[in-house]
Structure formats: structure tokens, C-alpha cells
Design a protein around this ligand. Structure first.
Ligand SMILES: Cc1cc2nc3c(=O)[nH]c(=O)nc-3n(C[C@H](O)[C@H](O)[C@H](O)COP(=O)(O)O)c2cc1C
Length: 218
């Protein structure tokens, strides 16, 4: 059996996909579950995921890889599925209440006292980032990046190649998917599918900084 480290070593960012191959529907369900199971600070889950599988919807997303970002367009149109990982654009207690109710429904509160402690804890962090640190958007996007990490490693487990992309026109994609009306901003795009045999990146050695320069043991 392949170890977790071996999966991390074998995964790579696909720069070219084999077009016209569908991902089995069971695997699409696994992708949804990977996204849903992603952890986040205070279980805030300040995200939404748009999954495109039709040619038309992939084309719509690829339109955001314009101008300087043109180099990413083919990675979107040739992929089998494209996930746009979005982040909430506001911090509000309606949303935190929704999370609280879900946790209650899922049986996480033995009594009202625990429920109230949970509500206060989540609100403390959200309001601290909104009103004291003024970085609520950044804080929420950090949560979405956890889902990104999960998805990239998860894709390798599912036998898929992935290409994460920040090279796209955010304003264009926000409009194209009407994300502003839903209260979200696009954070990062991930194309998923089957890497092309002639993808230079598949056979280029992985490069990372040495452990002694990135890790300190104390
Ligand atoms: C947040 C993020 C944004 C990225 N944006 C792009 C992109 O716009 N286009 C692209 O081809 N690769 C993009 N990459 C891929 C990185 O260049 C790649 O992950 C890195 O060079 C490490 O290589 P590996 O993923 O093959 O191990 C992005 C990766 C991440 C994590």
C-alpha cells in the first residue's frame, strides 16, 4: 500500500490535462466529501465550492483566465472538473448561527451550557478578526486554503491530477458566477482530471527548500 508520504511525493501540479475524459460520479462524490470534511478554525466553514463539469461551465470559468492569466486557460478547459473555492465576503452572526444549529443537529452539545460556550468561542474569534485585527477576510481565506490543501492531497488519493490556480481575474469570475450576489468571493481555482502524457511537469523533479532551512527543532 502506498504511504501518505509516497502520495505527497508522487502528486504534482498538472500543467496539461488529457481532454474529454469524465471523472466517475462516485469520485465526484468523494471530492465533495473531501471539501465538506475540511477542518477550519472554530469550525467556521466560511466557504462555498462551485464544481463545474460541463464544457459550457468550464468555458465560463476559463474566461476568467484572460490577459496575463491566459497561460491557465487550457488547464481549465481541458480538465475533467473544475472547483472554484470561494470564501464568504462578510462576517455575520446569521452564518455563525447556521453553523451552531448544524452542530446542535449533529449532536455536539450535551447541554445548553456547552452550546453557549461554543457560540461565544466562535463569535470571539470572528469578531476579533473583524473589529480588532481588521483581517476578517484574510482570516476566512486562510480557512479556505485548508480545504485547498485537503483537496490537492485528496485528489492524488483518488487517482486524479490537480492544478491549483490563483492566476485568474477575480472580478470577472465573481461576476460570471454571480458570487457577489451570494456573498462570496473566489479564492482559488482547482482543475482536476487526468494529466497529459506530455506534461513537462509530470517528469520534472520536485523541488523544495531543504528541511534544515525550513524546520527548527527545539
Ligand atoms: C495557491 C496556489 C496557487 C497556484 N497558482 C498557480 C497558477 O495560477 N498556475 C499554475 O500553473 N500553477 C499554480 N500553482 C502551482 C504551483 O506552482 C505548484 O504547486 C508549486 O510549484 C509546487 O509544485 P508541485 O505542486 O508540482 O509540487 C499554484 C499553487 C498554489 C498552492
Amino acid at each position: 500500500m502506498t504511504t501518505y508520504i509516497e502520495k505527497l511525493e508522487s502528486r504534482y501540479t498538472a500543467k496539461k490535462f488529457t481532454p474529454n475524459i469524465s471523472i466517475p460520479s462516485k469520485t465526484i462524490e468523494d471530492i465533495k466529501r473531501i471539501l465538506q470534511l475540511s477542518p477550519s478554525s472554530t469550525n467556521s466553514q466560511p466557504w462555498h465550492f462551485v464544481i463545474a463539469t460541463s464544457e459550457e461551465s468550464k468555458e465560463r470559468i476559463a474566461e476568467s483566465a484572460r490577459g496575463f492569466y491566459e497561460f491557465n486557460a487550457g488547464k481549465i478547459t481541458d480538465a475533467s472538473a473544475v472547483v472554484v473555492l470561494c470564501t464568504k465576503s462578510t462576517v455575520d452572526t446569521d452564518y455563525t448561527d447556521t453553523v451552531l444549529l448544524q452542530e446542535e443537529k449533529d449532536g455536539r452539545f450535551p447541554n445548553n451550557e456547552v452550546k453557549e460556550m461554543n457560540r461565544k468561542g466562535r463569535e470571539f474569534f470572528m469578531l476579533k478578526h473583524r473589529d480588532t485585527l481588521n483581517d476578517a477576510q484574510h482570516w476566512m481565506e486562510k480557512q479556505t486554503f485548508i480545504a485547498l490543501g485537503n483537496l490537492l492531497v485528496g485528489a492524488e488519493h483518488l487517482g486524479l491530477q490537480a492544478c491549483p490556480m490563483e492566476g485568474f481575474d477575480y472580478e470577472y469570475l465573481t461576476e460570471a458566477l454571480a458570487l457577489d450576489k451570494k456573498g462570496f468571493v473566489p479564492t482559488v481555482i482547482v482543475s482536476l482530471g487526468y494529466g497529459a502524457d506530455d506534461d513537462f511537469n509530470a517528469n520534472t523533479p520536485k523541488s523544495r527548500l531543504p528541511q534544515q532551512s525550513i524546520i527548527t527543532e527545539i
